[in-house]
Ligand binder design. Structure first.
Ligand code: PEP
Ligand code: MN
Length: 338
């Protein structure tokens, strides 16, 4: 249930409404937006006296909400959420946030070279996997802790906040101490224990869409993190499995629009994992910005042919710089800046 207060409602009128909601046995989430203040009931709202609530002075309207996600729901939080990053950047505001870097951190020389180049081209953050979810146990599994340290060195040189994927709750202390944005990969989108642990940190969580997950399931995963205490969630569409096999996945750009309609959370698009082909990345990135994405996640490698992971979908730093230039006018069309 949500209660929309009149714009001129007083604090006392709001307190009275909150009181009735609490008597109905729910927790109340207050969201002060530019348009209206909204009171959201968290928990089962069936015992709330809706009649009494509707008649209170200061109450504009009371609505039952049919969607199962609440904290992630735009009805509860009409304004867009802006997730701030260390160093002054943000995801979800006017400025497009582009995160770029290799699939995996491979060496000091590799990550520092890429970091310097994507920084110059205007990236908002540096991505790099240290703990990799690989289909085969015989594939490169990532550098682990050592990879995180190298990302930190790259951050010290460039000032770029670092994004890396977590796979185990055991690593949360390491990530809390050293990483700026914690990524939950597609394969772990419904790892509910991991999601609950993400509620215990104050770091922003980049939540990728599972490869076979519906938009509602994805938002329910965001709800797990938010309900566990962390509202700094950034969504990321990375393509879904369909019958098509020419591309690695099928980029669902309509999900950007759906998520923006249903939720206040910012949404990024990852054209690299969606397409699986480096040559498709630029155009799909442009399409994502035109569709209204808040930013992008792009795999960039200085030697894609010899990359230890996801080389075929990685663009070079030069391609990335050109992509950023081409995005600028599109960003403007979409009401954003780069
Ligand atoms: C990645 O970002 O390198 C990655 C493994 O992505 P996804 O979880 O979307 O497959
Ligand atoms: Mn990858």
């Amino acid at each position: 249930m949500i209660v929309v207060m009149k714009q001129q409602a007083t604090q006392a009128q709001m307190d009275a409404a909150i009181q009735i909601m609490k008597e109905g046995g729910v927790k109340v989430m207050v969201s002060r937006g530019t348009e209206a203040t909204v009171l959201g009931a968290e928990g089962n709202a069936k015992n709330i006296d809706q009649e009494r609530l509707s008649q209170l002075p200061g109450v504009e309207r009371v609505m039952r909400v049919s969607e199962p996600f609440k904290m992630a729901n735009r009805k509860y939080h009409p304004d867009d959420t802006v997730v701030e990053l260390p160093g002054g950047g943000a995801v979800g505001g006017k400025k497009l946030a582009v995160f770029a870097g290799p699939c995996s951190v491979e060496s000091r020389a590799q990550i520092t070279a890429i970091a310097g180049q994507v920084k110059l081209a205007g990236a908002a953050g540096l991505r790099g996997g240290a703990f990799k979810p690989r289909t085969s146990p015989y594939s490169f599994q990532g550098m682990g802790d050592g990879g995180i340290r190298l990302l930190e060195e790259a951050r010290a040189e460039t000032g770029l906040p670092i994004v890396s994927e977590i796979m185990s709750t055991d690593d949360l202390p390491l990530f809390e101490e050293h990483v700026d944005v914690i990524q939950i990969g597609a394969r772990n989108m419904q790892n509910f224990d991991l999601l609950k642990h993400m509620g215990k940190t104050t770091k922003p969580i980049l939540l990728k869409r599972g490869m076979s997950s519906t938009i509602e399931e994805w938002l329910m995963s965001a709800e797990y993190i938010m309900d566990s205490g962390n509202c700094r969630v950034i969504l990321c569409e990375r393509g879904i499995r369909t019958f098509e096999s020419y591309t690695r996945n099928t980029l669902d750009l309509s999900a950007v629009l759906a998520v923006k309609q249903l939720s206040h959370l910012p949404v990024l698009v990852d054209p690299s994992h969606a397409c699986g082909h480096a040559w498709m990345v630029e155009r799909m990135a442009m399409a994502a910005v035109a569709a209204g994405a808040d930013g992008l996640l792009i795999e960039v490698h200085n030697d894609p042919k010899n990359a230890l992971c996801d080389g075929p979908q990685s663009i070079t730093p030069e391609d990335f710089a050109r992509l950023m230039e081409r995005l600028a006018p599109l960003a403007q069309c979409a009401g954003k800046e780069l």
